[in-house]
Design a protein around this ligand. Structure first.
Ligand code: MG
Length: 377
């Protein structure tokens, strides 16, 4: 007798979707839940993890206090999840799996956004470096301790596999469509909201942004839809169009590629991606060449004007110094690490365990702990 969730999945998912009944299971075997599918359990485990909660107080781009308007890692994650679920439903994919992947996709980020990641990577140069995707894997498999019988969250293999793909692990299988959808949604979300946040912070103007063809087209569509707008109304409408357009393009493109490649199974999704079907390798959920080049122009512009702006860089440098000092302090005071990190230091070495501890901190806890350990500098 199939369970309710098996019946629902068999009625609603396409043959190219990852069906939970076909899951490779978990590393530590657990009995099935009476009414939640394996991927629903994964999603719930991620939402209830400490790493997920801390996303609320981690920054992405705008380290330090720049006001309350811009996105935190948590709100970015929720925007990605919302876009990814729209794509998943339109393509008849497994929404529970997509939701798990989207909610988990940034849990490995340390405090201070990319500034924090770069610093930890430098500090761990002799120890294999630091990367947020690899760190997410450590959180999932080791660092979260919520269950008595195993370390980590014991997530389904498909969730771990998606994470392995992201850290460019060459041994990882070709990504499922559920993974491809989350990657695409991540890119749509950050291009758009970083532009929005940057305008709000006065780092650039909508007029400047509208010089980019991708944004100019969105502005033209907004005019068609709403007539002439100005100020904040215009900005919101243009950014909304930018998301809407990319999502619609992706859905249309993906449907076309599924039809053209006669994709009717997960195995065919994988062989289309890695080219073992002899057709050269195709990512099914990917923007068109034109959209992709428009996005690259936008990203280049944001990089120069936002991520490398003097305003962002000044705060970034000071924050990186604090993180470095705190890292060095814990490396010479390893007995001050919380018990779990102290005991893992025996296995993984003090620098890695210190990095695990610091990477789990929120921006504000890092500042607080730096003050406590090293005094205010
Ligand atoms: Mg992200």
């Amino acid at each position: 007798m199939p369970t309710d969730w098996q019946t629902r999945e068999s009625l609603t998912l396409a043959p190219w979707a990852m069906h939970a009944a076909e899951s490779g299971g978990r590393v530590h075997e657990e009995s099935p839940h009476p009414f939640r599918s394996p991927y629903q359990r994964d999603r719930d485990r991620i939402i209830h993890s400490a790493a997920f909660r801390r996303l609320a107080h981690k920054t992405q781009v705008f380290t330090g206090y720049h006001g309350d308007y811009h996105r935190s890692r948590l709100t970015h994650t929720l925007e990605v999840t919302s876009i990814a679920r729209t794509l998943a439903r339109a393509l008849l994919l497994n929404e529970d799996l997509v939701e798990s992947l989207a909610l988990a996709h940034d849990i490995g980020h340390p405090p201070l956004g990319h500034a924090g990641e770069d610093t930890l990577d430098l500090l761990l140069r002799g120890e294999g470096g630091f990367n947020h995707n690899a760190q997410a894997m450590r959180i999932m498999e080791l660092l979260e301790t919520r269950y008595p019988h195993f370390p980590g969250l014991n997530l389904s293999r498909e969730v771990l596999e998606a994470q392995a793909t992201r850290k460019r692990d060459n041994t990882a299988p070709a990504p499922l469509l559920e993974t491809q959808v989350v990657d695409a949604a991540d890119s749509i979300a950050y291009d758009t909201h970083d532009a929005d946040d940057a305008i709000e912070l006065g780092l650039l103007t909508l007029e400047e942004l509208c010089e980019l063809p991708l944004v100019a087209d969105a502005a033209a569509r907004s005019r068609d839809r709403y007539g002439p707008l100005a100020g904040v109304e215009l900005r919101r409408a243009v950014l909304h169009e930018l998301v809407e357009f990319q999502v619609a393009e992706l859905v249309a493109q993906s449907r076309q590629k599924l039809a053209d490649g006669s994709i009717d199974s997960v195995a065919k999704v994988r062989s289309a991606f890695d080219g073992t079907d002899g057709k050269g390798g195709v990512r099914i959920v990917a923007p068109t060449a034109a959209l992709s080049s428009g996005k690259k122009q936008l990203e280049k512009f944001l990089f120069q004007r936002v991520y490398r702006s003097p305003q962002v860089m000044a705060v970034r440098t000071a924050a990186q110094e604090n993180l470095t000092q705190l890292f060095q302090w814990y490396c010479s005071h390893a007995d001050e690490l919380p018990a779990g990190f102290r005991s893992r230091a025996n296995q993984f070495g003090v620098p890695r365990s210190v990095a695990d501890y610091i990477a789990g901190m929120t921006d504000r806890y890092l500042e607080l702990d730096h003050k406590r350990r090293l005094g205010s500098r």
